[in-house]
Design a protein around this ligand. Structure first.
Ligand code: 5GP
Length: 189
C-alpha cells in the first residue's frame, strides 16, 4: 500500500536488531486518517472471506482492528497479555516476544471466541510469527476457524510470513520490509 510505504520511509526509524519504530503514526502517536485507509485496504483484500469477528492482541493491534471492525460492522476481540483475576473460562497460550526477549501469556475468554466463529486476525507487525502462532493456537483451542491474517507491516527477513503462508493461511501485509540492514529501510516493491 503506497501511502503506508511512503509514511514508513518518511517517519519510520530503524534500530539495532531489526526493529522498526513507527511511533510517529502507529505505535505511540496514531494517524487515524492513515489507520482508516489501511482498514479500507484490508476490507478490499479480504472481501472474499466469510468472517463474523475480528481478533487482535493488545495493545497495538487494537487501533487497526477496531477500524476494520467498524467498517465491516463486526465485533472486535482483543486477546489480553495478562490473565485478569476476574476472568473465568479462559483460553491461554504462550508467546515469545523477540522485541522484549521474554515469554508472556496471551488469553481470551471462551465467551468471545467460540466454535462456529470465522475469525480475521489483525495486528500491527508480523516478524517471526510468534504472536500469530499464539493466535492460531487460541483459535484452534476455541474450535473457531481462522479465515485470514492481516498485518500493517511485515518484516519479510524474519520469515513469519513464510511460515503462515506455508500453513495455507490467507495472509495480507500492507507494507513488506525486505531488509533493515545497516539501519536502512528497504521495502518490497
Ligand atoms: P512476531 O511475534 O511476529 O515475532 O512479532 C510480532 C509482534 O512483535 C508485533 O505484535 C509487534 O508488537 C512486535 N514487533 C515485532 N517487530 C517489531 C518492530 O520492528 N517494531 C515494532 N514496533 N514492533 C514489532
Amino acid at each position: 500500500m503506497q501511502q503506508l510505504k511512503e509514511r514508513i520511509l518518511r517517519d519510520g526509524k530503524c534500530f539495532e536488531g531489526g526493529i522498526l519504530k513507527v511511533d510517529n503514526f502507529i505505535n505511540h502517536q496514531m494517524d487515524p486518517i492513515l489507520m482508516k485507509s489501511m482498514a479500507v485496504e484490508f476490507v478490499r483484500r479480504f472481501a472474499s472471506l466469510d468472517i463474523n469477528k475480528i481478533l487482535t492482541i493488545e495493545a497495538s493491534g487494537i487501533a487497526p482492528a477496531i477500524m476494520v471492525g467498524y467498517l465491516l460492522e463486526l465485533p472486535v476481540v482483543f486477546a489480553k497479555k495478562k490473565k485478569p483475576s476476574t476472568m473465568e473460562n479462559m483460553l491461554v497460550t504462550k508467546v515469545f516476544s523477540f522485541t522484549k526477549n521474554n515469554t508472556y501469556d496471551v488469553c481470551v475468554c471462551k465467551d468471545y471466541l467460540q466454535p462456529g466463529d470465522k475469525v480475521l486476525f489483525i495486528d500491527d507487525f508480523l516478524a517471526n510469527g510468534n504472536a500469530a502462532k499464539g493466535v492460531m493456537d487460541l483459535v484452534r483451542q476455541s474450535g473457531a476457524e481462522l479465515a485470514g491474517m492481516g498485518f500493517l507491516i511485515e518484516k519479510a527477513f524474519q520469515h513469519g510470513g513464510d511460515y503462515l503462508r506455508a500453513q495455507g493461511i490467507h495472509v495480507e501485509s500492507l507494507a513488506v520490509i525486505e531488509s533493515l540492514e545497516g539501519c536502512r529501510i528497504t521495502l518490497k516493491e
